[in-house]
Design a protein around this ligand. Structure first.
Ligand SMILES: Cc1cc2nc3c(=O)[nH]c(=O)nc-3n(C[C@H](O)[C@H](O)[C@H](O)COP(=O)(O)OP(=O)(O)OC[C@H]3O[C@@H](n4cnc5c(N)ncnc54)[C@H](O)[C@@H]3O)c2cc1C
Ligand SMILES: NC(=O)c1ccc[n+]([C@@H]2O[C@H](COP(=O)([O-])OP(=O)(O)OC[C@H]3O[C@@H](n4cnc5c(N)ncnc54)[C@H](OP(=O)(O)O)[C@@H]3O)[C@@H](O)[C@H]2O)c1
Length: 292
């Protein structure tokens, strides 16, 4: 199995390192006392804040949990009345990893993430071990080239897939695009790809096959623009020196807002690709990165 791509723990927020986040802990105060009562409890092992709207964290993995890279499950905390407050989260870690990784938005008035953003190492959270989802290789027909189109936190399921050796066994090329409003919101995917390419085992498997195409829409970076516009103008294909979509060889996965999913679906279907599912594999699959 590939070496675990752990965070640099010197960057992690640990309970012993006081930070503004830790000082205003509301949800997890008394985690130790709550822990005993938490159903499906797992322990946080690392936390990294990417900016004021995004963070990622790792937790221990339930011994019995099996999942396919790209799936999601329900995670959460206990609310003020000690009832589980759960939301859907993509597993960002690959299926071989001995811990679980998640990449999360911070919605300041969001019921879950207004609390979850304050977790630190040693806290416990709820992981419901029932993974599901359509962003799995099994839902795609065999092909040569796999496009992974993500916006915002939609990168999470693809962070799992691009670290999965099976993906590179099934596809000659894996093109990961990530579009965000700001430059700092690309931090997670940039480190993800850099870590893969510097990992001894994964770089052998993914090197030369994994292509990364980051773009922003509201802050200047080397590549600007919505991915939908970059596809329809042909700029994406010119930049990567690839032919336009070909339904006989190209397979596509989409994960973003409802707007992105709807617009991209039209473009992909106009190119002749048909939507697949677990029961009937096709040429593309999509999933919402959030509801809203
Ligand atoms: C299949 C699926 C997988 C998901 N995977 C992830 C994931 O891996 N990481 C993640 O951060 N969220 C993910 N979400 C969204 C997640 O379930 C929650 O909505 C999110 O954690 C916010 O929870 P909340 O209770 O704080 O606010 P909510 O009441 O759930 O949301 C409040 C509002 O915040 C906005 N919002 C919510 N989630 C996001 C987001 N991810 N990005 C941008 N805006 C958002 C929406 O406008 C929403 O109406 C996923 C949702 C679905 C349906
Ligand atoms: N990101 C922030 O800094 C920020 C700050 C405060 C509040 N919010 C709120 O948080 C919510 C989610 O924000 P988010 O930035 O995480 O996700 P988002 O609004 O889905 O944007 C992420 C990326 O997807 C692009 N995009 C959105 N719709 C698209 C479409 N139909 N086709 C192609 N590309 C599309 C956006 O481009 P465009 O920029 O062109 O839309 C942006 O680059 C929004 O409701 C927003 O109002 C976000």
């Amino acid at each position: 199995m590939p070496k675990d791509l752990r965070y640099d723990r010197t960057e992690d927020q640990s309970p012993t390192k006081a930070s503004p986040m830790n000082q205003q802990i509301a949800p997890m105060t008394g985690a130790e006392t709550k822990a005993a009562r938490l159903p499906d409890a797992q322990t946080v092992t690392a936390v990294k804040h990417w900016n004021d709207r995004l963070f990622s964290f790792r937790v221990t993995r339930p011994a019995s949990l099996r999942f396919r890279s790209g799936e999601f499950l329900m995670i959460g905390v206990l609310d003020d009345t000690a009832r589980p407050l759960l939301r859907a989260y993509s597993l960002a870690s690959p299926s071989w990893d001995d811990e679980l990784e998640f990449y999360s938005i911070k919605v300041q008035d969001g019921p879950l993430t207004s609390r979850l953003q304050h977790i630190s190492v040693g806290d416990q959270i709820i992981i419901r071990p029932k993974p599901v989802g359509s962003l799995v290789i099994d839902a795609l027909l065999p092909g040569k080239r796999l496009y992974l189109f993500a916006t915002g936190t939609g990168i999470a399921p693809f962070a799992s897939l691009v670290r999965d050796p099976d993906v590179y066994q099934k596809f000659d090329q894996v093109i990961l695009t990530h579009t965000t409003r700001t430059a700092s919101a690309l931090g997670y995917s940039k480190k993800l790809v850099a870590d893969i390419l510097s990992d001894e085992t994964l770089s052998e498997i993914a090197g030369g096959k994994l292509w990364y195409y980051p773009t922003t829409t509201r802050e200047e970076t080397p590549k600007m623009g919505r991915i939908t516009d970059l596809i329809t103008s042909g700029e994406l294909f010119r930049d990567l020196d690839l032919p336009p979509f070909d339904s006989t060889t190209d397979r596509v996965m989409i994960c973003g807002s409802m707007g992105l999913n709807t617009d991209l679906k039209k473009i992909i279907e106009a190119a002749g690709l048909r939507e697949g599912s677990n029961s009937e594999p096709g040429e593309y699959v999509l999933e919402k990165a959030f509801v809203g």
